[in-house]
Design a protein around this ligand. Structure first.
Ligand SMILES: [Mn+2]
Length: 316
């Protein structure tokens, strides 16, 4: 059931124990929104746990509360009054779905949200879930402090490509300004999140050698199979390097994270790439989407390219 922001605030106020989660393969918005909301609910005297079924990259230790994020263990049974899922539909929260049995409240900005949660607050115009969480904090009557601001600013900055992408609105920048006024330190966040181990820069260089151009240069992508990912870890930011290639409309990366399990990221300069991601059970936004394909790297590549070509053909 879709609810309003006011009803979302009321749902949070009406319970005492809250577990916050976000999607697997968490990004800055998933982590920043989760911690930002956790700080706000703690300020209201709530008992809050943050549980995300994945490893949290160490770079995010710049965020206050990083050490509080737990990972659910199989067979665990977390008792709580409400499960709050951020930046995701309930189908991508991994084992959290099994270890927590409680009513669900979902807060998201993805237009592809499946609406399966008991209560859903969805704002597809928000650049980031963090933008919604800031409004929610105001609605809750909580004073935004530095810890909340650091976390939410990170979510907002990272989902907008540091305020460069088309989802950046006047409200996004107003929110960012409010967060700076509340104590967020933008250079601390960007320096922490931009730094890379030397080995990762080398991995990025190796992966960039494998970028292929397709469809007369309208499509570019890179596929990393399981063996090559054992040799060099998948570098962060690879899709961004593919995206900037002149003439490219659709950029993709395909990473075989486990044998026969490929994670796909898609970016576009206009074409709706959710049309491709949805074909494989994924989702996202018009210009940034993703999905998983349970096949080998080579087979998944064939299926993905076929789907991309079909969408390009329909656009013509
Ligand atoms: Mn997001």
């Amino acid at each position: 059931m879709q609810i309003s922001l006011k009803e979302t605030a009321a749902a949070l106020k009406s319970v005492q124990r809250i577990v916050i989660t976000a999607h697997v393969n968490p990004d800055g918005d998933a982590i920043g929104s989760s911690l930002g909301l956790a700080h706000a609910l703690k300020a209201l005297g709530k008992e809050v746990q943050v549980s995300i079924d994945d490893d949290i990259p160490a770079a995010f230790s710049v965020l206050p509360g990083y050490e509080l994020i737990g990972k659910p263990a199989a067979g665990q049974n977390i008792q709580t009054d409400l499960l709050v899922a951020l930046d995701v539909s309930l189908d991508r929260i991994g084992q959290v779905a099994e270890v927590v049995s409680a009513p669900t409240l979902n807060i998201d900005h993805h237009i592809t949200n499946d609406g399966q949660a008991d209560k859903l607050y969805l704002d597809g115009t928000a650049a980031a879930t963090a933008e919604i969480i800031y409004q929610l904090i105001v609605e809750l009557g909580v004073t935004c402090d530095k810890d909340m601001a650091m976390c939410l600013y990170t979510g907002l900055a990272m989902d907008t490509g540091w305020f460069r992408f088309s989802n950046t609105t006047p409200n996004t920048l107003h929110t960012a300004a409010e967060l700076l006024a509340c104590g967020a330190v933008p250079n601390l966040i960007s320096e922490a999140l931009e730094q890379r181990p030397f080995s990762e820069v080398q991995s990025l260089a190796a992966a960039m050698q494998k970028i292929e151009l397709l469809a007369d240069g309208k499509v570019a992508g890179v596929c990393l199979d399981y063996a090559s990912l054992q040799e060099h870890e998948a570098p962060e930011g690879l899709i961004g390097m593919v995206r900037v290639i002149e003439g490219v409309d659709i950029a993709f990366t395909l990473k075989e994270k486990e044998p026969n399990l490929c994670r796909v990221s898609l970016r576009s300069k206009g074409i709706d790439v959710t049309r491709i991601a949805l074909q494989f059970g994924g989702g996202g936004h018009v210009r940034a989407a993703g999905c998983s394909i349970e096949k080998s790297c080579a087979e998944a590549r064939t299926d993905l390219i076929r789907a991309i070509m079909q969408v390009l053909e329909e656009e013509r």
